[in-house]
Design a protein around this ligand. Structure first.
Ligand code: COA
Length: 293
């Protein structure tokens, strides 16, 4: 595969060019996550060297990747709580002037025109190369298994245990990480928070929610809990998983030594916090689902 990668400082207009790629995420993910809303601008502002795109032989943006450097002591206990936790930790580390030692992946996106062309592994490999270039010894990732949305009633733990006859993960996106040497570290119970009013959920999904209850929503990993009384839509994902790893040789066309870095993956789980319903939320697993934030 003939491609080039470039970071935002190398080509400042990239931030605009990769924007349309993000439209592939469901709207509730992009618009309903308070941590993402709060920090995505800071990610671009403070960490442009870790935001990048891959261009194809014709110079078209084929894929992009986003990551944040942070400090991790290498133990499962010290893993960021998930996607939100990684974003928050990276920003906090910078504010506290704690030197990062780890790169944490936040997003990997292939353009619709380049789908299924093997670009996703190149995105991860580029993250490994960038980490190495900044003397960050490990790459971790809160991973969103892309196939999980097809099984909204399945727990994340079960999802990551599903394997094919050759032992590779059942989920295609997990398989990419697995081939690069990733292995599960554990489930991130509260990886990302998504919350909104019933009206917001209706706008994000194009569905109607006339009564309280759980709803299967396209691209959500598990049912969204709607409470019309409190005007609250809660997305409490089943708990996700993380990975640790020993590296393996890879077919990706990067120098072999890139893969000598430790590389750990951490699954991303999505859950809702009660932004609109701070009192006890009947659908929450822990009563006051807002209290932890
Ligand atoms: C997930 C994503 C990055 C994969 O990118 P890609 O470059 O098209 O994927 P690849 O061509 O490298 O394929 C990787 C694996 O996924 C499989 N795959 C890709 N698209 C698939 C689909 N729509 N359905 C099922 N399997 C699929 C491929 O067959 C391949 O698996 P295999 O080699 O074991 O057969 C891309 O679909 C995407 O940008 N999705 C939207 C953003 C997103 O969800 N990103 C991931 C979380 S941050």
């Amino acid at each position: 595969m003939d491609f080039q990668w470039m970071t935002f400082p190398e080509r400042p207009d990239l931030a605009v060019d990769v924007g349309p790629l993000h439209h592939q995420f469901p709207r509730f993910l992009v618009q309903g996550g308070p941590v993402t809303q709060q920090y995505w601008g800071d990610l671009y502002r403070y960490f442009p060297d870790f935001q990048f795109a891959l261009s194809d032989a014709g110079g078209l943006v084929a894929a992009c990747g986003h990551a944040i450097p942070l400090r991790w002591d290498g133990t499962v206990d010290d893993l960021p709580a998930g996607y939100d936790g990684a974003l928050e930790r990276g920003i906090a580390d910078r504010q506290m002037e704690r030197a990062p030692n780890t790169l944490c992946a936040l997003a990997a996106i292939t353009s619709p025109q380049h789908k299924r062309g093997g670009w996703s592994a190149q995105i991860i490999a580029t993250m490994q190369a960038i980490a190495k270039g900044h003397a960050l010894s490990t790459l971790i990732a809160p991973v969103r298994p892309t196939g999980k949305a097809n099984y909204p009633l399945l727990t994340m733990e079960r999802c990551v245990q599903w394997v094919r006859s050759d032992g590779s993960p059942f989920d295609p996106w997990l398989r990419v990480h697995w081939r690069l040497g990733g292995a599960c570290l554990g489930v991130a119970q509260r990886s990302m928070t998504i919350s909104g009013s019933v009206q917001e959920w209706e706008t994000w999904t194009g569905m109607r929610f006339p009564a309280s209850g759980p709803y299967v929503v396209p691209q959500a990993f598990n049912p969204v809990q709607i409470d019309v009384q409190t005007n609250c839509g809660l997305y409490i994902s089943s708990l996700t998983c993380g990975f640790s790893m020993t590296y393996r040789r890879s077919s990706v066309s990067f120098p072999e030594d890139i893969f000598s870095q430790g590389y750990a993956l951490m699954h991303q789980s999505l859950h809702i916090r009660g932004r609109m319903c701070r009192s006890a939320c009947p659908t929450s697993t822990d009563g006051d689902c807002a209290s932890r934030y």
